[in-house]
Ligand binder design. Structure first.
Ligand code: UDP
Length: 394
């Protein structure tokens, strides 16, 4: 039985890779990896980290693409794929335009859909835009709802999704992260190679990475890892985040900031303009997933608006200051590993100061358990599909 696994962006690849691996191990099911190519470079970079190659690539990305244009083209292209390949089930992950379009195409073709990372909600239909609406509209189209937490299942049940169709599995991103971390722990990572791949300046690498040439690890200073890409912060939000980073390096001399900058021009422009001349800030291109996992592991803490990072960092014992006003991932905030700081520089600075200056509080937050799973999500998802698709046949 053929299970089509659909990906379109970097986080979808990272979170679907363990599902593809688990499907490959199944005796009954066979994965077919379908890329819509919603994004290009970062998607390909993530595929490389897992040595994955799509079986089919719809190559939908176009310069200056719009959400309705992309969604419409994706529905048609996935429909054609379904007609030709006749998958027995389709899996989508998260809340991108790829997810909604593929779920709609599958619905029209009467192919059952499994939604991975189902049930995340901010409670505000319009924010984040368009993700909250994409995931809400995907839920009634899906047959299986793979929820990362009990809370995400509760959200679906409140929306009249049948409880028996919801499976709490944890988030597959924890599977990916632990897989890469274990690989790195056994094979070792050469910090100088990471620095070279990322194009990090020698000065920054000497000061903040544990290079073999550093005299001892005591000589390595703390650095803060930053990521940011959300549409909701384009414009003023990004400018305030960047100003906060400049203030942070002024107030904490000796602390460095490493920022792999998302390729979206709306991110690149303010970041380069505001942070480009700060000698304590190192800007680089998006990191490959393996390098990014290593960076998270080396960083003191993480400043980010990313969803995936909020789910990953607790497994590495790294606190996250979430530069958003709201999050559809309240579990990390409730546990205490993640803290919502918005884009207000004063709030960002005061919370960063706690992590840099209060060793006890830092240790407390680093020791918290990851509420997003234990690395077994993909196996649970595939076991559910095996049982359920088997039943369809008999
Ligand atoms: N990530 C990466 N390289 C980077 C920044 C992030 O591989 O330079 C990974 C990160 O570990 C996480 C995923 O990309 O698994 C998050 O992607 P993004 O922040 O683009 O999307 P979101 O998670 O907010 O949907």
């Amino acid at each position: 039985r053929k299970v089509a696994v659909v990906v379109g962006t970097r986080p979808e690849v990272i979170k679907m890779a363990p599902v593809v691996f688990a499907l490959r191990e199944s005796k009954e099911l066979e994965p077919v990896l379908l890329s819509t190519g919603q994004h290009r470079e970062m998607l390909d970079q993530a595929l490389a980290a897992f040595d994955l190659k799509p079986d089919f690539d719809l190559g939908l990305m176009q310069p200056g693409q719009t959400l309705p244009g992309l969604t419409a083209r994706a529905i048609e292209a996935v429909t054609k794929f379904i007609d030709e390949q006749k998958p027995d089930a389709i899996l989508v992950q998260g809340d991108t335009s790829t997810v909604l379009a593929a779920a709609m195409a599958a619905f029209f073709a009467d192919v059952p859909v499994g939604h991975i990372e189902a049930g995340l909600r901010t409670g505000n239909m319009r924010s984040p835009f368009p993700e909250e609406m994409n995931r809400r509209l995907t839920s009634p189209l899906a047959k299986w709802h793979f929820c990362p937490t009990d809370g995400s299942k509760d959200n679906l049940v409140r929306e009249a999704i049948a409880e028996c169709d919801c499976y709490v599995t944890g988030n597959t991103v924890v599977d990916s992260l632990l897989w890469i971390r274990d690989k790195q722990e056994s094979a070792g990572v050469d910090a100088a190679d990471v620095a070279k791949r990322l194009g990090i300046s020698n000065d920054f690498a000497q000061k903040y990475f544990n290079l073999k040439s550093a005299i001892s690890t005591d000589e390595v200073s703390d650095f803060v890892l930053v990521t940011g890409h959300r549409r909701e912060s384009f414009g003023g939000g990004f400018e305030r985040m960047c100003e906060a980073i400049n203030d942070l390096t002024k107030r904490h001399p000796g602390v460095g900031v490493l920022y792999p900058v998302h390729l979206n021009p709306k991110v690149q422009e303010p970041v380069n303009r505001i942070l480009g001349d700060n000698p304590a800030v190192e800007l680089c291109s998006p990191a490959g997933y393996e390098d990014f996992v290593w960076l998270m592991n080396q960083a003191k803490f993480i400043l980010s608006d990313s969803g995936g990072v909020q789910e990953e960092a607790p497994s590495l014992g790294k606190p996250v200051l979430v530069m958003r006003e709201t999050t559809e991932r309240p579990e990390g905030v409730e546990a205490g590993t993640c803290r919502l700081v918005g884009t207000d520089p004063d709030k960002i600075l005061s919370e960063a100061a706690v992590l840099l200056d209060d060793a006890d509080e830092y240790a407390r937050r680093s020791a918290l358990k990851n509420p997003y799973g234990d690395g077994t999500a993909a196996r649970k998802i595939v076991a559910t599909l095996e049982a359920s698709l088997g039943k369809v046949e008999s």
